[in-house]
Each structure stands twice: as C-alpha cells, then as structure tokens.
Write a protein that binds this ligand. Structure first.
Ligand code: HEM
Length: 262
C-alpha cells in the first residue's frame, strides 16, 4: 500500500518526466529521474547563493568582493534570508522524494564499520549489501536535514530579532555560523566524492543515468534489484574480459578497472 507522500512524489515524478527527457542507452541504468535532478540542482543553486551571500555578511573584510554580485552590502543582507528559505523549502521536497531510500538499515551499520577501508580505497567494489545509497550518503542526507533545520530556526531568530529577544539572537548567531561551517565542510566532501573520486557519478545528476559497471561497483544490491543479475558474477566476467583484451593486444597485465569495462 502506498502512502500519500509516495503518491505525491510519484505524481511529481510523472509530471516532471514530461518536462524533460532521460535517455537510457544500452549498458546504462536509470538512476535519477528528471524530478530528482530538478530538485537537486535547485537545492544546490540556493545553497550556494545563501552560502556566498552569507560569507559576505559573516566576514566582509575577507569576502567584500562578493557583495557586488548581489547588488551591494544592503541588498546582500536583504537577499540572504530569502536564499536560505528557498534552499530549505526545496530541500523539504527532496527530503520527501528520498525519504524511503534514506532509511537506515543493518547494511548501513556494516558500511560505517568499514569506513576506514572505504577511505583507503582497499576494495575495488563495494560490499554486496550496499543498496541505492550507501551509509555515508545517508549520513550526509540526514546531516543536511539537521543543518538546514538549525540554519532555519537560528536564521529566524536573527531575521525577526525584535520578536525573539537578545538572548536567542545571540545564541542564534553562534549556532547559525557553526551549522553553516559544518555544512560547508560536508558539501566539499560531497562534491569531491561525486566528481573526482568516483568517475561516472556526476552523470547520474546530469543525464540521470549510470553505466551498469558503475552500479555493480558502487551499489551492488541496487544493481541486483534493478537488473535481477548477480553483481559479483558480472564484475568477475568484466575483469576476465578486460584481461583477455589486454593479453590479445599485448598490453602489460595491470589491475583492470571494472568501472571502465562495461
Ligand atoms: C556542484 C555541486 C554538487 C555536485 C557536483 C553534486 C553531485 C551529486 C551527485 C552526482 C549525486 C548523485 C550521487 C549518487 O547517485 O550516488 C548527488 C546526490 C546528492 N546531493 Fe549533490 N551535488 C552538488 C551539490 C549539492 C548540494 C549543495 C547539496 C545540498 C546542500 C547536495 C545534496 C545531495 C544529496 C543529499 C544527495 C544524495 C546523497 C548523496 O549522494 O550524498 N548536493 N549530488
């Protein structure tokens, strides 16, 4: 039985599906439909607008060069809370859209326990229990929910200072800056992982698709669920194919990259 939230998301996905196209070529899988991509990039735009205008207000002696982008100092102050509010509102839709996929599971607990291995890049594929999102992505998602909530509440204290009084406004300043710095740190990790660290990931948010080899490498359980195939077997076959290709072409044997062999 589907919930009203799922029905709302489903009809939004259908509606947005008509506004844009996702072309899935041979050897690719649909990862993020148009609706998800639209929400993600709208969130990202408002996040960076709020961040840049916030930095100009937070530290004018370092970031005063940013204020002309927003039409001067006074305009930057005026626009910043609206950018922040827009970021939180759009992220609420993303929250509903991804909620079911972001539920914490036993597999995520296991994933967090082998975080050191993940950072060291010791294994060429993720463990077979990693589904649509891994534990780290889920932590990031919830960290943004927590951070956005804190930014909103403390932002409201400062926006309507006369309503909340000096004490709450003073606390608001400190917590607002801490939340923004934590999110700033997290977002650079997110951008690094989605681009340089894991080639093939960015196109999931641009074209909406990933290669099959990307899926069995990073999200094997999702690969199994979507294709009905065994990710470990397909990985091994791809490695064998790559070794044979190298032997036939006389290229020295090297550890083949499964991600490039689809
Ligand atoms: C230029 C900046 C950004 C890039 C290149 C980027 C890229 C991506 C990509 C490729 C994915 C899909 C990952 C996958 O399917 O496994 C993703 C997911 C996601 N993005 Fe972004 N993103 C950016 C900015 C942001 C911002 C500003 C936010 C929110 C403040 C955000 C929040 C998320 C969340 C919560 C997810 C799902 C969980 C995850 O993959 O970590 N992103 N992003």
């Amino acid at each position: 039985m589907s919930t009203s939230v799922e029905e709302l998301d489903e009809s939004a996905r259908r509606g947005f599906g008509r506004l844009g196209r996702t072309v899935v070529h041979e050897g690719e899988l649909l990862r993020h439909p148009v609706y998800t991509r639209f929400l993600h990039w709208t969130v990202a735009i408002f996040f960076f607008l709020a961040l840049l205008s916030g930095l100009a207000i937070y530290s004018p002696w370092l970031f005063h060069w940013l204020t002309p982008l927003f039409g001067g100092g006074a305009m930057t102050r005026l626009l910043h809370p609206w950018f922040g509010l827009a970021f939180v509102i759009v992220y609420c839709f993303q929250f509903l859209n991804w909620l079911a996929l972001m539920r914490w599971t036993e597999g995520d607990r296991k994933w967090v326990r082998r975080l050191r291995e993940y950072i060291a890049g010791e294994s060429s594929t993720e463990p077979e229990y990693v589904g649509f999102f891994n534990g780290g992505q889920k932590i990031q998602f919830w960290e943004i929910i927590f951070g956005a909530g804190l930014l909103l509440i403390t932002g409201l204290f400062m926006w309507f200072a006369e309503l909340f009084g000096r004490f709450l406004v003073a606390i608001g300043y400190v917590l607002h800056d801490i939340a923004a710095l934590i999110m700033l740190f997290g977002i650079w990790i997110h951008i690094y992982l989605s681009t340089i660290a894991q080639p093939g990931t960015l196109q999931s948010m641009t074209r909406g698709v990933v290669t099959r080899s990307w899926a069995w490498t990073h999200h094997p359980a999702w690969y199994r669920d979507t294709t009905g195939r065994d990710p470990g077997k397909d990985y091994n076959e791809a490695v064998d194919r790559e070794s044979r290709r190298r032997t036939e072409s006389g290229t020295p044997r090297a550890q083949p990259k499964p991600d490039e062999s689809a």
